[in-house]
Write a protein that binds this ligand. Structure first.
Ligand code: SAM
Length: 215
């Protein structure tokens, strides 16, 4: 929790009504400890995607398909490629895509997202939400697949607020907290990106890809 819990709870009451399926997936994720994007962040992502109107989206980290369905609903004409390595989650995500009626627009690529994609894949939007320690590697790998003017959203960039207070991190968390902090600075200084950090949910970084030499 990076904001006041009362504000977080209040904001959650202001998110428009979701489908029965999305609400059920929220309950399943909470019960089973499956990490999914927080509600207020999902709503911000939905709004950004609605404004940006991408025709092709790449998501790194599908889990059970919760955020993928948000993306598919926000961009009803978009094709979505999403990547996941956990076999059980992959199978559940496929069922959820079918139930949401979006399966034909979604290509779920099974395996390690660190392997990359064929060159012909091009996107207008990239959502990074997999292993936090690999965010920089994912960005370096997939930024060339994002068209100029593209939108890049990275979740969990404030990591429970610990990036602002690394001393409060446990010994196990500390290397990850330092990596996330370095990733945020990398985004900020990247010559092809302009980035804003939004303190919602677990922290969203919103980046715009510009071509080199243009603002
Ligand atoms: C935070 S969850 C994704 C949540 C999902 N985006 C949502 O909000 O509904 C991260 C997922 O990334 C997957 N993952 C982690 N490392 C990965 C990798 N290298 N390649 C593909 N998937 C990965 C995990 O198995 C996990 O299901």
């Amino acid at each position: 929790m990076i904001t006041n819990p009362r504000i977080e709870a209040y904001l959650a009451t202001l998110v428009p009504q979701r489908s029965e399926l999305l609400s059920r997936l929220e309950e399943e994720a909470a019960k089973e400890g499956i990490p999914i994007i927080q509600l207020a962040s999902a709503q911000v992502m939905r709004m950004l995607v609605k404004l940006h109107k991408p025709k092709a989206i790449l998501e790194i980290g599908t889990a059970i398909g919760y955020s993928t369905i948000w993306l598919a609903e926000a961009a009803p004409e978009a094709r979505i490629v999403t990547m996941e390595l956990d076999a059980e989650r992959i199978s559940r995500a496929r069922n959820n895509f079918a139930e949401a009626g979006v399966a034909e627009r979604i290509e779920l690529i099974e395996g390690d997202a660190g392997r990359g994609l064929a060159k012909h894949y091009q996107f207008d939007c990239l959502f990074i939400d997999a292993a936090k320690g690999q965010y920089r590697a994912f960005l370096d790998l997939y930024l060339p697949h994002v068209r100029d003017g593209g939108l890049i959203i990275s979740d969990n960039v404030l990591f429970r607020g610990l990036v602002t207070d690394p001393e409060a991190a446990s010994k196990r968390q500390r290397p990850l907290v330092d990596k996330i902090d370095r990733y945020n600075r990398y985004l900020l200084e990247h010559p092809e990106l302009e980035t804003s950090f939004i303190p919602v949910g677990d922290g969203l970084a919103v980046s715009h890809k510009r071509s080199l030499g243009r603002s």
